[in-house]
Design a protein around this ligand. Sequence first.
Ligand code: NDP
Length: 331
Amino acid sequence: NEEIQLAERPEGMPTKDTFRYVETEIPELKEGQVLIKSIYISVDPYMRGRMNDTKSYVPPYELDAPIAGGVVGQVSESKSDKFQKGDFVLGNLPWARYNAANPDNLQKVDPDLGPISTALGVLGMPGLTAYFGLIDIGEPKAGETVVVSGAAGAVGSTVVQIAKILDARVVGIAGSPKKLDYVKNTLGADEVVNYKEDDVAKALEKACPDGVDIYFDNVGGPVSDAVYPLLNAHARIPLCGSISSYNKKEDQGPRVHGFLVKSKAKMQGFIVGDYSDRFAEGKKQLSEWFKQDKLTFEENVVEGFEHVPDAFLGLFKGENLGKQLVKVADE
Ligand code: NDP
């Protein structure tokens, strides 16, 4: 067996020295436990925050212990009557090829709903983030203008599609021509803006002739600075994440006070886990849209356990179109 530990707390962008590969024994199962072979390991931007020794909504990763996160795997041995050998499961598990786990921390993945990897993407945590953030906090109405930053990523790509399903006008912001093409021509956004090449403020003004009613913010920083002057009266801003700040010592903004007062906008941060008592509702709706071909998804799958850290770092360089995953074993 093999696991990846946090070797040191990074300052700024993590490097190879942040991670340590350790060979371990395949764990012996205790009564009631199951052994899971990891198939897909999810890398997610929030993990960067857990590498710092700071207080947050989840505790920091411990030094010299494995990094953990969303994993879809297969039960290879079971001492529990809740799971059988061969079952696909989703859990929050260490970055390891094999993990022993308690059934209470696992959910069954139904391969008939879609590819099992979608339990980490459009039908899993990122999809639910998009769903609750947009619907609960954004409260979109037909015809309103919804701006989405990080529009080609796991959460953003789902937000764009849900907003279109609800008949909003959608403007997506992302960082490459390939991503913009995807957001516009596959996901159906009305307009797109490349924040790396365009003058974002000017491009957004042109893309939003009727102003902005909802700003679903995945990135923060200068991209968001360009959105605030365009807010309409009573705009809503679901604050989902601020990836532009995750590797910086200082928060990258935006500065919003005056714009919020003038527009009487509502800005609200949220953490998807707080909606856990409504996950069933979210999953049901996302699965229905998926079955009806109203919702599509893209994945950037890197193969090989040894590439988990690189795939994680790629998130901060924009290497992923859609959900970033690492495939570490066959189904
Ligand atoms: P993505 O799949 O969107 O991957 C990250 C993307 O962020 C990259 O592909 C890159 O795209 C973009 N990016 C990286 N650096 C910057 C930067 N400096 N400025 C602007 N964009 C940047 O990740 P997720 O969909 O998993 O997560 C999106 C956001 O949602 C994150 O901020 C994450 O922390 C947050 N989140 C919040 C949750 C919650 O409960 N509140 C739950 C899940 C996610 P590009 O090429 O366009 O730059």
